[in-house]
Design a protein around this ligand. Sequence first.
Ligand SMILES: [Zn+2]
Length: 1168
Amino acid sequence: MSVNQQAHTGPPYGQPQPGYQGYQQPAYGGQPLPGVPQSPYGAYNGPMPGYQQPVPPQGYFPSLGFPSKGCPVSLNSDTSLAPNFIGSLRAPPTSEAPPPASGVSLPSGHLAYSQFGQGDVQNGIPTSAAQMQRPPASQPFPPGSAPSPIRQTSAFQQYGPTTAGVQQLSNHMAGMTISSAAAAAPPPAGLGYGPPTSVPPVSGSFSAAGSGHYTPYTATQGPPPTSVSQDLPLAQPPFPGQPMPAQRLPAPAPGFPPPPSSYPPTTVASRPPAMPGPPLPGQTVAGPPAAQPNHVSSPPPPSAMAGPHSGPPMRGLHGPPPPTHPAQPGYQMQQNGSFGQMRGPQPNYGGGYPGTPHYGTQPGPPPPPKRLDPDSIPSPQLNELPPQQKPRHRIDPDAIPSPIQVIEDDRSNRGSEPFVTGVRGQVPPLVTTNFLVKDQGNASPRYIRCTSYNIPCTSDMAKQSQVPLAAVIKPLAALPPEETLPYLVDHGESGPVRCNRCKAYMCPFMQFIEGGRRFQCCFCSCVTEVPPHYFQHLDHTGKRVDFYDRPELSLGSYEFLATVDYCKNNKFPSPPAFIFMIDVSYNAVKSGLVRLICEELKSLLDYLPREGNMEESAIRVGFVTYNKVLHFYNVKSSLAQPQMMVVSDVADMFVPLLDGFLVNVNESRTVIASLLDQIPEMFADTRETETVFAPVIQAGLEALKAAECAGKLFIFHTSLPIAEAPGKLKNRDDKKLINTDKEKTLFQPQTSFYNNLAKDCVAQGCCVDLFLFPNQYLDVATLGVVTFQTGGSIYKYAYFQLETDQDRFLNDLRRDVQKEVGFDAVMRVRTSTGIRATDFFGAFYMSNTTDVEMAGLDCDKTITVEFKHDDKLSEDSGALLQCALLYTSCAGQRRLRIHNLSLNCCTQLADLYRNCETDTLINYLAKYAYRGVLSSPVKAVRDALISQCAQILACYRKNCASPSSAGQLILPECMKLLPVYLNCVLKSDVLQPGPEVTTDDRAYIRQLVTSMDVAETNVFFYPRLLPLTKADVDSDSLPAAIRNSEERLSKGDIYLLENGLNIFVWVGVNVQQGLIQNLFGVSSFSQISNTLSTLPVLENAFSKKVRSIVSMLQMQRSRYMKLIIVKQEDKLEMLFKHFLVEDKSLSGGASYVDFLCHMHKEIRQLLS
Ligand SMILES: [Zn+2]
């Protein structure tokens, strides 16, 4: 127990702000903290070069039409311009351009056109120009988001105030017996207690590590293998006349072998090869498991969690653990999230299994009544079962841990005051809670979140618990406007002060000694001289007197201006460049995409990222179009018209022009506009369907190399690149591989070509963002390799249709172009002695074991870092992390961003379990599993996840929970959602795809999740479901969320579900006509169109409220969510139900209740 755990006393940040939505009230911003001078840094840093507060409003309001800021004039591709264009094509290269080399086909007369496919090039007014009206962008950056609209979207959750009374569930969920020991109505032949061994494991089986013990019951398989009896919570009087014979479950027979006396660490971790459990009639014990590494990554770190698992399998463990309190009648609450209850004497456990006559004859308290509430009504699935197989009781879903309740509790408990980071090891509020952060020496949770804030002192303890120690780091996270961006510290030519030995950067935890002349490193203990220019006297407490004047001494996060020593080739970098590379093959042109992109770029180029208050962006831009060949454009400002240069030899890509390819937008405005007008015309009649891909990236890379700068490629691509060229791909999609050992190949690139290309890109700082518009398989797993390894983003718009998808695409594009991004980035995480970073997850490249390299790192990307012990830690000194990110800003400034975090260390497991964060744990586990599918069968990955979580919970039960009977499921308070969230990960499309999920979808999701922050994984795996018809139209708040289960939906209501990628609006069949009229503008349910991609704008309170909720949610997410209207009992409802993650899924995923039972069984087996 650490003294640091005490809650800080809330500093006087003004009055509590109950309403507190969106932080529109500046009450917390800018108020001084006690003891902190009010403007601490201004004076000290002098000129503060480069440090700028958030970018001033840029006024990018597409819905208002683009501001005419320097709007290009006479950009129409009228006929008078066209000849010029052709003329320039015919002309020899300008003197600036290199002479045409072999392979450069400089257009010459009409012959030139052949390079575009037969007569592709056209000029003149587009015949379909009318289509090119600006789409009514649905409030992407509405007014009010003025200061840097992007900053408001990520990380910062604008939830409404917490709504009381949604579900007033007891934290402890006492009284719930989740007994996996016996079925209420066991099928005659032992069905339901695990498959007969003759039944092969079904896909989607829960079988953990070859236990062969648990198979999901499908409709054909009878009742759940574990059946559950429902006991009433606490002291409800018995309900006479309703005997509950199955509620008294048989207890373990005394004759079963006791748990191994050597239970602790290693045996906990070992999975029994077969978990025979109670001897079941007709069930034979499954054979030994196939070698089942817990770790499925490649390559598994030797000291990874695999350790204990690779031990010899335990054999001979039979039956559930003996009851620790065999004869305690009555109900007792467990202190820490107990879900069970004490049961009466149950002497004959073994005999109590299928077919047992003992039910109902056990002594003990009278059976409590079945609770009469709607939730006890068997679900439809259960109704479908033959009557004799129906479990007579099921767990009341209201009695198991509710994500909604946990979220609401945290909001009401922690959302009202700022999170002050001055205390070591403090667990932050949940990501779903609105809170402000005050940096007092530790990095904000917006930058770093940990799986645990109190880490075991020894590796043995860590292994025993199996709790992964990981930090989810988002180094460039956007902050809400009320919070202060990291200050930029400039130490001049000498650069940042660092430890001589481990090179850690000066931070609040360095200890100054000898009157301030030296400092001792908090990471490695080495003593370093304080440079003369940095010397300062110490006060009587040993603190430097300039403590509060220096961000690096008093804050958790800050930046240093890097010196030339931190630059490639000892040269300060040039400003980065953006290159737009547009697929102009048949599909891209035909769908209107090319025109849409060109039209959008004309205005979007005015909103390139700018540093601070700079008047214009330093970023230069270039343009390429391509199909089977590449077309480069010279848009030099001195030209009257753009010039095109074609490279048809794609085997050895080079850039045919240097001068005039990358230009300043303002200087070349007219030429660029002319180009963007003409591109759609030139390719309007193309018949070229084939594309290349790798040469496109190579071209961008070569251009950046030639310009000696870092940058980003924006590639808009439509099809599998089958044209003859390096990186050519074939269609190798094969869904038959699902659930085979070869399934992993679907996630792997089909050629290593792209890995090598990625390496080159990283070396140059060439980040690749990919916008995909496939109408069929295009191998995301391969095309995404370079994007992934360069820190880029992938966007996928399958079956892109202008009408329905352009809003989403344009909003994504706008945000992607405008968002804060660092280039040529290298991140290193240093740790204090005793632990070290051993594994990394995210979109990056690593050429050694410590440095995470990213050609580009934007404000949405996270890197998850896992830590292992290499020595003992001490409770006194705790553990420290320092994340240092070296990057080039959008203006070309080289900087170091530093985040520090101090954690507690513990010698008691209970302290570990009290300071965990399940959302972060799930983020880690999902990324771990999603990497695992690259190298292991998906089933093995799922089994390993279940196994690890069972061990985590079993260790808690064994070591931390108060003694209780085995029939109780006891979960640590802060991990009580682990089972429900884990189940969501297991059921996700990557790990358990339904028939409708494509191979590309899975590869895409796999990549997305790998870069997600904790808030994003939280809502992705457990979507937010809001009853719109319960919304208060007069307030700004959101309606209280409900749990993701069909049982919670009422036919008379309308609901919204969002998961960060999509928004569904579900309409019940019995919704009042008036509501339908108000929201959809039609008079009946049947008239609602399910092809709407936006809600109609109607002048009534309900419509306004719903639209404001939708746009508010859009603002919160890093991607624009597609809106899908779902009518109850309509075809699309299947898609929607996929996201009701507490229910059984069509692809075989278990319901929450069933999974909880399964976890309980797993835990019991570990404890036995
Ligand atoms: Zn050091």
